[in-house]
Design a protein around this ligand. Structure first.
Ligand code: GKR
Ligand code: MG
Length: 434
């Protein structure tokens, strides 16, 4: 009845559970992943008792914003996701200190600002509201976004240089071994291919001198001649170095991702090399689009619903990209199954998604859903189950929250601090490393 529907879509309670998830010692331009990474799980419960779930970054700043936003949603309808930015702007203050922190995870998404942090929090609320709304209306989230245009979404195998183990004695261990040279990277790709069927690969660069990373790409090209390949040094190179690597790897890479920082720098690299460039660092909010697109600085934008403010915002971004003939792919951070479900649902609705999406998920041994996803031939099937099609595993959630309570030192991702345990003189690189 109409009364039941109102009860099912009116928000009665919002619960926030910060967690720590295990992460291997993956290397990047800023340092190394620490043994645990914070995430935030959001539950939105309706008056009718329907629970929707969302997941986003869980560092302290994000958590503070979420704590301010959560109570303001009680009494709203789960369908009112368009109001989230305005509500967040009214209720959520962002501590200026957090914005200038060199260790904020936002370092990988350009300069941090209050608006970007709020959007990342909003994304988890939007997803949780859509999950609840989908369950109330018996529709999958993709149907709430206009319906899927594909039945499965392709992901790329995300390769990292890595140590065999973390330097901390009590850190979780795995059986991957170290990958510190081309042979190690190829071996990692073979395991990803064997276990998950990935046929597209991305190598996280910015770790070793560029010619060593180019050699790893060549070795991958030889081992997987039909696979699209990408290299992402997270802005670790100068324009000159980027031009040199781009020239060397033309025809070998599908695209080069954020070789250098700044829109003018990216524009110079593309103009001088013709190499397609992708970014999750220089186009990170709508205001950065006009300069980047008119200067032809980027040819592929890596959307990320956590960064852009949710699933609807991701679709809007994709539409703008399409108007400018710019491609869309998907960026990822360390994440669990709720995020993977949300990424898959929105990716299923984007017409011109011409590249395999990034995901860190295969590196995570934890999850908070009862039936973790399985990659088949590198793809995740787009479920038609109402909402996101996942169920919260409350026991697992409780364990990971206990870990968060027990380890206050891990509540903010800090790759630089991780590296300083091994190299005390390690400092963040404010200028290109190479
Ligand atoms: O997990 O080390 C990492 C990545 O470097 C991540 O933080 C980046 O945001 O995956 C990301 C990227 O594509 O730049
Ligand atoms: Mg990137």
């Amino acid at each position: 009845s109409a009364a039941d529907t109102t009860a099912d879509t009116t928000i009665a309670d919002v619960r926030l559970t910060p967690i720590l998830i295990a992460d291997p010692p993956l290397l990047n331009v800023q340092g190394v992943h620490q043994p645990y990474v914070p995430r935030l799980i959001v539950e939105v419960e309706t008056e009718g008792g329907i629970v929707g779930v969302g997941e986003t970054l869980g560092d302290t700043t994000y958590l503070e914003i979420a704590r301010q936003l959560a109570p303001a949603l009680v009494g709203r309808r789960t369908s009112e996701t368009n109001l989230l930015p305005a509500i967040a702007a009214c209720v959520a203050d962002v501590d200026a200190g957090a914005l200038s922190s060199p260790t904020d995870t936002a370092g990988f998404r350009g300069t941090p600002n209050a608006g970007k942090l709020r959007l990342s929090v909003i994304s988890a609320f939007e997803v949780a509201m859509l999950d609840a709304l989908g369950k109330a209306t018996e529709l999958p989230v993709h149907a709430l976004l206009g319906g899927k245009v594909r039945d499965s979404v392709e992901y790329s195998g995300y390769l990292f240089y890595r140590w065999a183990e973390h330097p901390q004695d009590d850190a979780p261990r795995d059986d991957w071994g170290a990958a510190l040279d081309p042979a190690g990277i190829v071996e990692q790709a073979r395991r990803f291919h064997r276990d998950h069927g990935f046929t597209s690969f991305k190598l996280k660069g910015g770790v070793f001198p560029p010619d060593e990373e180019a050699a790893a790409i060549r070795a991958l090209a030889e081992a997987f001649p039909d696979s699209p390949l990408r290299l992402d040094p997270n802005g670790g190179w100068s324009v000159g170095t980027s031009l040199k690597v781009a020239a060397e790897l033309t025809g070998v890479l599908e695209y080069l991702e954020d070789p250098t920082t700044s829109t003018p720098g990216m524009a110079q690299v593309h103009e001088g090399s013709g190499m397609p460039l992708a970014t999750n660092m220089c186009v990170t909010r709508l205001g950065e689009i006009p300069e980047a697109f008119t200067k032809d600085a980027v040819q592929v934008v890596l959307s990320d619903h956590h960064y852009w403010g949710g699933l609807r915002a991701t679709k809007e971004l994709a539409a703008i990209c399409s108007a400018f003939g710019v491609g869309v792919s998907m960026h990822s951070n360390t994440h669990l199954g709720i995020s993977l479900a949300a990424m898959t649902q929105v990716a299923a609705t984007v017409p011109h998604l011409d590249y395999a999406c990034d995901t860190h998920r295969p590196w995570q041994t934890d999850d908070v859903i009862t039936v973790p996803h399985v990659f088949r031939e590198g793809r995740i099937e787009v479920t038609d189950t109402p909402g996101l099609g996942v169920e919260l595993d409350r026991d697992a959630l409780a364990v990971l929250h206990e870990r968060w309570l027990a380890m206050p030192g891990m509540r903010d991702r800090d790759d630089e601090a991780g590296m300083r345990l091994v190299d005390p003189r390690w400092t963040p690189h404010s200028s290109p490393r190479w």
